[in-house]
Write a protein that binds this ligand. Sequence first.
Ligand code: SF4
Length: 320
Amino acid sequence: MPEEHLRALCEHYYPTIKEIDDLKKETDTVILGHSYIKSNIIYSVADYVGDSYELSKNAMEAKQKRIIFAAVRFMGETAKILSPQKDVLIPGTEAGCTLADSITAEDMLKLKEEYPDYAFLCYINTTAEVKAHCDACVTSSNVYNIVERYPSDKIFFVPDRLMGQNIIDEMKARAVKKDIKIWTGSCYAHEEYDPEMVKALRMKYDDLTVMVHPECSPAVLENADFVGSTSQLYNYVKKKEYGHFLMLTECGLISRIEAEMPERNFVGTCSLCKYMKSNTLENILRVLKNPQPEDYIQIDDEIIKKAQLSINRMFEIAES
Ligand code: SF4
């Protein structure tokens, strides 16, 4: 980027960043930023950057009493479930998620009635109410191990149908016999990838490493060299210095890696999540200065307790 343009950008953002920084200290606030949000937040005011699971742990361990979670609503809810004594605020103006919004507490009640013998496992990309109805939670980094180790032969996985199909394939590969049923949700940013695009790029670059998030389709995963969560993808590229990389996930992660490891060569396309990108510096400043009731994550105490059980079950199984 030309130096003048860079200077103009810095001058444009500096007053907002300075005000946010001062207010963070005055109001005892920590700012968490998901890897998919805009880089002008990640590299200016975010105290921690990572995936939803890592950031919820940062939220628990942070000594500040107030958290601004620049991501999407269900991630703010997870932070609140793990740190109920703290105020959690979300600055995204479109803080939804096609996965989390694909299933409701009412859907869960109907499913549990219809499938009384099944254990219900939910991806962390679900609302607090849905987590409260599940037996255990999983993340994209531990999903296969939790499903394999969960002490039930009958599993109902919600809400991601693509990840669910990937679980079925992985259990077959591991010779694990379980009856697995899946819900119909999907992430609109990850479902769009086409295996033909991957094959075409493989023909073009013989040193290509293809890395894929498990929310992509089984046909895309079949063509991958590595499948992992946002943090696992980041760490994989960090260790592998040479060749070309195709990373099939939200563009924010690739921008972050390009900024931190400029010598890595990325090819192909990535996708944008409009919910993540609705977090802005201006809205973080507004939430810090003048928080409105709808900016706060508010969850009923009973739901928090039940959702905690499902998350704690995940920790127990992951560590067993
Ligand atoms: S990338 Fe997909 S799963 Fe993640 S917040 Fe956006 S819509 Fe939801």
